[in-house]
Design a binder for this molecule. Structure first.
Ligand code: 5SP
Length: 227
């Protein structure tokens, strides 16, 4: 075994661990039930993608049950059939070199907007800090079909991270599997708060320039990895 192979194996082990943990956080955060939804991650060195197997309930998932494929969908490791949404994940990875993790959920509050074909308005922090504008809703695409990825990219443009798939759920991209999950969690919190506020009456969005100002402020000041 040469050194490079050793590094790759360690990196994929780390990625497997991260992808398993993020998948397990889908049902524990009420973003999906049973075996719905999925998380994947892309290894920056090999370009391989680690994804959940199809139809396996989350309480039966293990690191060994995850499937590793190349960017064309050829299985390079794993004995189970990959997620039915693999083609959507791979299409997004091919078109977005900055994306290294994808989370797909059926989270109820955000999906209530997707069902109505409505964007989630940029109405409050922390969503505005993270997204800096409304979360768009795609045109209809058949669930599971790669066309869903085409519709997502139409809605997000080249830089957006999150879209509502019409009559389906949420797809979030990130610089890692963990970051993509984070977007879905903050999105669900915001969607729930907006739905609760809407019971009392209509709500308004934050002004576009102020939402962008919040996004940039957050990038410059929030967390430990800033000056
Ligand atoms: O919404 C869909 C079907 O498009 C999926 O999210 C399924 O709910 C989960 O599929 P697997 O990842 O288990 O194949």
């Amino acid at each position: 075994m040469n050194f490079n192979q050793g590094v790759n194996i360690i990196m994929l082990e780390q990625l497997r661990h991260e992808v398993l943990q993020r998948n397990l956080e889908l049902p524990s955060n009420n973003l999906v039930v049973w075996s719905g939804g999925n998380v994947s991650g892309r290894d920056p060195e090999t370009g391989y993608v680690v994804i959940k197997p199809s139809g396996v309930p989350f309480n039966e998932l293990t690191e060994d049950s995850l499937v590793v494929t190349d960017i064309d969908g050829t299985v390079v490791e794993g004995t189970l059939k990959p997620s039915v949404d693999l083609g959507i994940h791979l299409h997004l990875y091919r078109r977005r070199p900055d994306v290294f993790g994808i989370t797909h959920t059926h989270q109820p509050y955000a999906t209530s907007f997707a069902l109505r074909g409505e964007a989630i308005p940029a109405a409050l922090t922390p969503l505005t800090h993270l997204i800096g504008g409304p979360v768009p809703c795609t045109r209809y695409a058949t669930p599971g079909d790669e066309d869903t990825a085409v519709a997502i990219l139409e809605a997000t443009g080249r830089q957006g991270w999150v879209a509502l798939a019409r009559r389906h759920g949420v797809f979030a991209m990130g610089r890692s599997a963990s970051e993509s999950l984070m977007y879905t969690l903050y999105l669900e919190e915001a969607a729930k708060t907006i739905r609760l506020a809407q019971i009392a009456g209509p709500i308004t969005s934050i002004d576009e320039r102020e939402a962008q100002r919040q996004l940039h402020w957050h990038e410059e000041h929030y967390g430990q990895n800033v000056q």
